[in-house]
Design a protein around this ligand. Sequence first.
Ligand code: NAD
Length: 275
Amino acid sequence: MSLKDKICVVTGAAGVLCSALVEALLEEGAKVALLGRTESKLIDLKNRLADKGYDQTLVVAADVLDPQSLKLAKESINKNWGPVYLLVNGAGGNHPKATAPAEQMGDDTAMEDSFFGLDADAYSQVFDLNFKGSFIPAQIFGEDMIEVGEGNIINISSMSASRPLTKVGAYSNAKAAVDSFTQWLSVHLAEKNIRVNAIAPGFFVSDQNRFLLYEQDGETLTARGQKIINNTPMHEFGEPEDLKGSMKFLAGPGSRFITGIVLPVDGGFSAFSGV
Ligand code: NAD
């Protein structure tokens, strides 16, 4: 198997989508360090994976915005397994305080529900988590790749990077920075045999966006959720499993000559003009 025993790190590993990405790598025989802030969630994931027969995992609790904790995580991975080959920058997300309640500012929109009510600190927190939270791990784990002379970095972008979704300005702007960073770093590291690509998931239900897609009963679609389904040619939200193929492809040798791309996994959302 192409990724057999390759040493990988997935940040935000316990997340809804990222745990599927972890599983994709394990299915290919890789060793995967599960990195996230909350150790108990990572231990739960490790146990769930062990129940499925996957033992090549290591829990490393760290904050993607805290270089010191990432350096300790790297030391632990290096000591247990060796230098890191693949980094998946999965940690990311939105925050309700950085979300404008109004899609557009109309005559009846209260100032606080519009752009003018957005909290600049919450906005930059979302920016930091998505952008700096990819930049800093790439610097720290990328050092192993430079040392060994090969490596692979996969960032997790979003549909809202290329065409910003209403309400979630901070998230969209930060993911656009992730796309630009993916291209920039891919060029910068190409001669060092390190590839840098991104996966842009379309709409998958997770804890961050559930409040935007479903009413409080958890079943009825909000108007926004319905609009997304109407604009997704395959007319459904994605399942985390749907990301596995793109992860295996970008992580493996089949994509040897591919660097600097953002691969949409979106049921056709980005291809549809709406008409
Ligand atoms: P999730 O919220 O389920 O998981 C995110 C994980 O990141 C959590 O385990 C959280 O503890 C961890 N985390 C948060 N801040 C951290 C920090 N500072 N340091 C370390 N870990 C931290 O998210 P998910 O649905 O698995 O999403 C994974 C990625 O996919 C994110 O980058 C997200 O923006 C992106 N994405 C999600 C969707 C979707 O529909 N869910 C769509 C497009 C893109």
